[in-house]
Design a protein around this ligand. Structure first.
Ligand code: 5GP
Length: 192
């Protein structure tokens, strides 16, 4: 088991509706040592790739993205969420259905922060159905930039996001992939 799988088993709790709560190290309180290990692991896995920008989505991806951006010495941009679609004159806008909040979010990045030619490493805390990643990829392409890869801390392997994104040809690097999670027994099984 790797460091993140061990941390999930020690501190994660399963909620009804296939939700893993990791508030005490990732989603509310932040364990900087774990975040640093996640960022270092992404740097290792994407070794040799040119990266000019790290992109994530507010809020929980930001901590990982900041530490990773420091390792690459590049800017980090976080997409913002809003419920209503505003003018797209000055921003790249996309849509993502929130699995945890059960609502559609507009997701946007202001145009000056994503440039044609940028080589973008996208990171997030969780990958479930791939809605958030899909919106971020859409924004990168609208800007004429390219996606280097997708770094995910925790992938929920029973949901379709990872399968779809890999089938689309994206390199998805997930540090912990959960293949089974049982609310009744509390048992969590990781992909080998
Ligand atoms: P997706 O867009 O891939 O369906 O879901 C990913 C997003 O939903 C992540 O940005 C994350 O914030 C949230 N999310 C999805 N599943 C979980 C979960 O089981 N636990 C937590 N804490 N967040 C989740």
């Amino acid at each position: 088991m790797n460091f993140l799988e061990e941390k999930i088993l020690a501190d994660g709790t399963i909620k009804e509706g296939n939700i893993l709560k990791v508030d005490n190290f990732l989603n509310h309180q932040i364990d900087v040592d774990i975040i640093r290990q996640i960022a270092l692991e992404f740097k290792l896995r994407f070794k040799g790739q040119e990266v000019t920008k790290i992109l994530t989505i507010e809020a929980s991806g930001i901590a990982i993205a900041v530490i990773l951006a420091e390792l690459y010495d590049v800017p980090v941009v976080f997409a913002k969420k809003g419920e209503t679609a505003n003018s797209t004159d000055d921003k790249y806008m996309s849509q993502a259905y929130s699995f945890t909040h059960k609502k559609m979010n507009s997701v946007f990045v202001s145009k000056p922060y994503m440039l044609a030619g940028d080589k973008v490493l996208i990171v997030d805390d969780f990958l479930a159905d791939g809605q958030a990643m899909g919106a971020l990829i859409d924004i990168v392409h609208q800007a004429g930039a390219s996606v280097v890869g997708l770094g995910v801390a925790i992938e929920k392997g029973v949901q379709k996001g990872g399968r779809i994104l890999r089938a689309q040809g994206y390199r998805v690097e997930s540090i912990a992939v959960i293949d089974e999670m049982d609310y009744e027994t509390g048992i969590i099984k990781f992909r080998e």
